[in-house]
Each structure stands twice: as C-alpha cells, then as structure tokens.
Design a protein around this ligand. Structure first.
Ligand SMILES: *Cc1c(COP(=O)(O)O)cnc(C)c1O
Length: 368
C-alpha cells in the first residue's frame, strides 16, 4: 500500500491510510447511521466557514465542477447577469458554465500572474448596473495565484451584488469567515484540502438566496434547492449518495480536527510550499508567481530551457521514483506544477525535489 506514489497534484491527492480504510464499509442510503454521517458532515463543513447561522451546506454528487455548475444554475436567476473574474483556466470554466446554462455574463480578464483587485471590481460594478452576481476563483489552481477574496467581497456587498466563490482549492486550508466575508455561495469539494477522496462537492448557500431559488435550475439532478429541500425533509440524499466518499470525508475531517483544524492545515501546507520553493530554487528552478501572490496550494515552475528536457519523459522518470507531478496549464510559457496539498509533509516535498534532481541528472538536463 505504501508503495503507491505520492500524488503532488491538486486533487485527487494523497490521502491517509485511515481515510482510505473508512471506505471498507458499505452503507445503505436509507440507513439512519448513514444519514447521521451526512448531517454531521454538513454541520462540520459549515463550521469551518463559520456559516451555521447564515448559510446551508448543500452536498452534491460529482466532481467539483458539478457543484460549481449547480450553484450557478440554482442561485443565479434566469434573468440574472454574472460578472466573471478570470485569471486562469478555472475562471474561464466559470464563464463557460454561464454560457452553457444560458445565463447572461461578462468577463474581466487579468494576466495569469495578476490578481483581480477590489478596485477593478468597484469600477466594473459602477460601469454595469445590470450585473447581479460576481463570480470569483479564490485560489486559481491553474497557476496557484491567490485572489484577494476579502477585499473583493466587501466591494461586491457595498454595491448590493451577490458573490459566488469557487474556493475549491483553498477551502479548509485558507481562512474564510462567513461573518466577515459576505457571500451568496461558496463552493468546494471532498478531494482537495480536506484530504478526502474525490466524488462529491458542496455549496454553502446563503439562507435567503437558497430559499428564493426554487425553479431557477434548468436541471433536475443539479438543482441545489431541490437537493436541499429533500435532504431537510428526509435526511437523505435525493439520488444515490456517494456513500464511500461521504464516509471517507467524515473520517478525513476527524483527522483534520485532531491535527488542530484549519490553522494547522494551513501551516503544514505553507511549510510544504516553502520547503518546495527553497529546494527547487536550489536546483535553479524559477517559480512563475512572485511570493506575495503565491497561495500555499500548488506551485507553477518554469520548465528547464535545456533541449534535452521533455515533460513526458521527466514526468515518467519522477513517477518511477514515487512522485506524481502535474503538467502546466499555461498557454504562453512552458511550465509544470507541483501540489503542496494532501497527506504529505515538508520531508515528502524535499524527497520529491531530490527525485527531480536525480531525474535531471539522468536526462543530462543542465540548463534550468
Ligand atoms: C479542482 C478545482 C475545481 C473542480 O474541478 P473538478 O475537476 O471538477 O473536480 C474547480 N475549481 C478549482 C479552482 C479547482 O481547483
């Protein structure tokens, strides 16, 4: 079991053996014990964002994107208009979701190494009063850039607009307090910083917005209002629940709390990120983002300039030494990415960089 490679990828990621073992039990979806597991999960998740008084946690089967699509489809009325803030692939995906769902939208692009600023959002909202919702990626996983959520949330609230946050890769590791950061919806998933396995997303939906969302969704399966109503009434998921994923996430949350919750998780990832950056800099690698806007979630590195470097070969050789890296997602520059999240510590990060060093040597790559 421990011979499996370490996943240095932003989900699926490396989970603990204890979390994986929680999947050895089969659960009945009608069973009271399973329903209690779901209820306990939702309550704990809400606690992490301090949203128990203001929001509902609505879980949804599927990968993270399913939950993002469900949130837009349920919480943006059909005559709403979304301002989508884009500085990477996940922002582009949000815009694509609006397009596919037939919600009116506009996009605001900044470069992949430029956070959207609160001042940008202030101007955009002043210029277009028809916008009803603003959609933001907290940590844009395609580079690892951190967007200034708290400041943007204040501006959106001041304009009387609603904020939808894709916090998929930050939730559980970077602090977000619903009492300080006003939002209509915040979306995350099981298989990221909480270190569960992939298979379900969840949306923290503001009470009034969710209550008023009946009939917005074009989709039956992706209707969060319906999902919530049914769960509130019966304690059950509307359709077959991802039972093993729920059980694994519940067990992952136990470990999260035992370790010390969000501050400890944040610190471990920050330590991982620091160890990674230092060790890679020691080999001559340059990271794509400046430190001030680098979230401790995933790091983008410039690929070596050496003509003997090829990502595929590099990837396979590093994998053979026990570490799974992640390809780059930038169109203009050749890069690759290394995740700092998952059940791994700074020793694991340093060992991964040691494997990278050996592989560069094997490949005769000298010019970084
Ligand atoms: C992982 C992630 C998602 C969801 O991706 P899926 O492949 O659908 O799980 C969405 N947004 C961000 C920022 C992510 O990191």
């Amino acid at each position: 079991m421990s011979n499996a490679p370490l996943l240095l990828t932003p989900g699926p990621l490396t989970t603990s053996e204890r979390t994986r073992r929680a999947m050895l039990t089969d659960w009945g979806s009608w069973d009271r014990d399973f329903n209690q597991l779901t209820a306990s999960l939702c309550e704990q998740l809400l606690g992490i964002v301090n949203g128990s008084a203001t929001h509902q946690c609505v879980p949804l089967q599927g990968s993270g994107t399913f939950a993002v699509e469900a949130a837009i489809g349920t919480l943006v009325p059909r005559d709403g208009k979304v301002l989508v803030l884009v500085n990477g692939a996940y922002g582009q995906r949000l815009a694509k979701i609006c397009q596919v769902l037939g919600r009116e939208f506009s996009t605001f692009h900044t470069a992949e190494d430029q956070p959207t600023t609160a001042a940008d959002v202030d101007q955009l909202l002043a210029a277009d009063p028809s916008v009803t919702h603003v959609a933001l990626i907290h940590c844009e996983t395609s580079t690892g850039i951190l967007n200034p959520l708290a400041e943007i949330a204040q501006v959106v609230a001041r304009h009387g607009k609603r904020l939808i946050i894709d916090a998929m890769s930050s939730f559980g590791a970077l602090p977000i307090d619903a009492a300080q950061v006003p939002f209509t919806a915040l979306i995350a998933a099981s298989g990221k910083c909480l270190e569960g396995v992939p298979g379900m997303g969840f949306v923290f939906a503001e009470n009034a917005a969710l209550a008023g969302a009946a009939g917005n969704s074009h989709s039956l399966a992706m209707d969060l209002h319906d999902q919530h109503q049914y769960m509130a009434r019966t304690g059950q998921w509307r359709f077959t629940p991802p039972t093993h994923v729920v059980a694994a996430l519940h067990e992952a949350l136990r470990q999260y709390n035992e370790e010390g919750g969000l501050p400890t998780r944040h610190q471990r990832y920050a330590d991982n990120c620091k160890a990674l950056l230092e060790a890679m800099a020691g080999l001559g690698f340059k990271s794509f983002l400046p430190a001030e806007i680098q979230a401790p979630i995933i790091v983008t590195f410039h690929a070596p300039r050496d003509s003997r470097y090829q990502f595929k070969d590099f990837y396979e050789r590093v994998k053979a030494k026990g570490y799974i890296l992640y390809p780059g997602k930038l169109t203009q520059v050749e890069t690759f990415r290394v995740g700092c999240i998952g059940c791994v510590g700074k020793g694991g990060m340093r060992a991964a960089v040691e494997a990278v060093a050996q592989v560069l040597h094997e490949m005769n790559v000298t010019e970084i």
